[in-house]
Design a protein. Structure first.
Length: 188
């Protein structure tokens, strides 16, 4: 993958974390640098770690699925994109309850929940033989940045705006999946 594609992938993956961070920022009373860093660090670390875990798991499958790996990558990213869009719509309809994003149990739960997609993406990256360290690092850093921004933004404006972050992230993941499929079928 080219670095621009990795950056787009990181942006797509970080949308769940951004949405959670905006919601977290809206409910915390003190938006300090420490609180922003705490939330963003956990979310970024989980995104990078789950990408690496998925990558390591995917290495074992690679020799068995080499001929149709691009379809797997496409289907995983397409599914994750649709899932993100659907879950974003469900949250909008049901209304989200308040939570304390500064509690470690809550942060770990949010980290796991928002990075499940990264696990599946890591498997796709292993199939494509992408460089793990660079991609996991970029995904972690981008997620950290988006999450830090999300906490601050949510604290300042969260309840005043109606954002469609999950829709944007889902569309990015679907687009990357389509590009992988086209690169390996039509354009090769």
């Amino acid at each position: 993958m080219f670095y621009f594609e990795v950056l787009l992938l990181a942006v797509g993956l970080s949308m769940d974390s951004l949405a959670v961070s905006v919601a977290g920022g809206a409910v915390i009373r003190q938006c300090t640098v420490g609180n922003i860093t705490k939330i963003a660090s956990v979310l970024g670390a989980f995104q990078a770690g789950m990408t690496a875990a998925g990558y390591l798991a995917g290495i074992g499958f690679e020799k068995y699925i080499r001929t149709f790996d691009h379809w797997i990558a496409f289907l995983l990213l397409f599914y994750l994109g649709i899932k993100m869009i659907y879950e974003g719509q469900q949250k909008k309809e049901s209304g989200e309850c308040c939570f304390n994003p500064l509690k470690i149990q809550t942060l770990v739960g949010l980290g796991i929940a928002t990075s499940i997609d990264a696990l599946a993406v890591g498997i796709s990256l292993a199939i494509l033989k992408s460089p793990l360290f660079i991609e996991a690092f970029i995904i972690g850093i981008v997620t950290f940045g988006f999450s830090a921004f999300g906490v601050y933004f949510g604290n300042r404006f969260g309840n005043k705006l109606n954002l469609r972050i999950e829709l944007i992230g889902g569309l990015i993941l679907i687009g990357i999946g389509a590009k992988i499929l086209l690169d390996h079928t039509v354009l090769s």
